[in-house]
Design a protein around this ligand. Structure first.
Ligand SMILES: C[S@@+](CC[C@H](N)C(=O)[O-])C[C@H]1O[C@@H](n2cnc3c(N)ncnc32)[C@H](O)[C@@H]1O
Length: 209
């Protein structure tokens, strides 16, 4: 099957939207993405165009797979997308996508070797299991972001881009400073598709030094 037919023809497993499903959840169902989070990456991509055809993209916290699928559409088969998550993906992915099941906080040699090197973009939509306690949740999110930034430092090519979700809290300012110190430019962005009540926000590092 030609690769661009893959996205149109494949039937990804779908669930009926719940009664509370909002506009983006219904849109994701209709467009065969496994999660509404895809529209956050779409908004970021429309503004910053960090992912291009032929790029190599590392997607941290990739399950259930919406960002991975969208990134794979953007890179096309001349590129490559590697997704890592604690959980396996339950959707089919195109052949230029590789999924690795593992913990970003405890990368061992085998995991590091399977991830490879020389990425054009590192994405992290990682989120901890939330407790409802904002301080605990934002602290856990901060640790995931620090791990993602460190991975991006090691795996990104100079000039590469970094997109990272963080739950706003005590570590937010210092994380922005860390990103600012290793990228030529950085932006903070709250997508429209991100729920207003959520403390999540995205930091976009452009041009790794
Ligand atoms: C909001 S979901 C990501 C959604 C994804 N971007 C998509 O569009 O389908 C957050 C993911 O981060 C993963 N995650 C959290 N901590 C992680 C860790 N230490 N290592 C790898 N993945 C992690 C979770 O398992 C979860 O699947």
């Amino acid at each position: 099957m030609p690769w661009n037919c893959f996205f149109k023809c494949m039937k990804r497993p779908t669930q009926k939207p719940a009664k509370w499903a909002d506009h983006y959840t219904r849109k994701a169902q209709k467009e065969h993405y496994p999660a509404r989070s895809v529209y956050k990456l779409k908004e970021i991509q429309h503004r910053h165009a960090l992912i291009q055809k032929g790029h190599k993209v590392l997607d941290l916290g990739c399950a259930p797979g919406s960002w991975t699928l969208y990134a794979a559409e953007l890179t096309g088969p001349s590129g490559q997308v590697v997704g890592v998550d604690l959980k396996p993906l339950s959707i089919p992915v195109p052949s230029h996508v590789q999924i690795i099941t593992g913990d970003i906080l405890s990368l061992d040699k085998i995991l590091l070797e399977s991830i490879g090197k020389e990425y054009n973009a590192v994405l992290s939509d990682m989120a901890p299991d939330t407790t409802g306690n904002r301080i605990v949740d934002s602290t856990r999110s901060f640790h995931l972001c620090q791990a993602a930034l460190s991975i991006a430092q090691n795996f990104l090519l100079p000039g590469g881009g970094f997109i990272c979700k963080i739950f706003q809290g005590d570590g937010f300012k210092s994380f922005c400073e860390d990103v600012a110190s290793v990228y030529h430019n950085y932006k903070i962005f709250k997508p429209q598709s991100s729920r207003k009540a959520s403390s999540e926000i995205y930091i976009i590092g452009k041009g790794k030094k």
